[in-house]
Design a protein. Sequence first.
Length: 252
Amino acid sequence: MADHDRDIDRAVALLSSGSEHTAYGSIIDRLSVAGRRREAIEWLDRAVEAGRVSRIAHGTRKNYWVSPAQAVDLYVAAGRADDALAVLQTAFIARVGPESWRALLELSDTLGQAKEQRQWAVETAEELAGRPYGSGADLISIYLTEGLVEQAWSAADRFGAGNAWKVLADASATSRPREAAWLYRPQIDANLVNADTRIYPEVARMLVDMRSLSEAAGDLSSFEDYVADVADVRSRYARRTSLIKAMQAKRL
């Protein structure tokens, strides 16, 4: 009814009636559309303080959250670039990746702070990667979006490739085929810890990719040793007929 009557104040009052359920996104949207930018910024400040700026909100939850992009637009328009930068730094820490990386560097570039913010982002991502259960996956993803394969490998060497191992292997097929091939080994071993016939075709496909990379590296003998060694794939799982059939189907 408040929206129907174009009663912005009443709508804001209703949307902010519960401290635990304040609809920051809806409030800011309504105030912005009404041209009440100063009040929209005030509510944005409250949303930031409440930790309600996030890129993961979707569906009806968007009513209660503010996206980093919207927060940045409002802050920049209000001449508060430092606050906009702080929003993107918080978003980067919350979800390190190419999207948050690009957003941070694009804004910092317009502010003449690209070098400083890039260094901050790398140091922050490295600190997060070095925590318990961390990995270099996010750093690898960031570097590969910029075509920085060697930097991606440096992150993998220091922190492990994590779930970015496949994209790193693909990106390194030409420049580092030997190293790319060996990225497959821990994944194959992990998939074979427990007997599961559903995973065997995928294991066979991974072995095919590993063989191609080993061949490109002139290191086919190492791959053959891996497959044939009594402590590894074929001998260790000789009783798993489904696995052997899947491997045979790929001429392994």
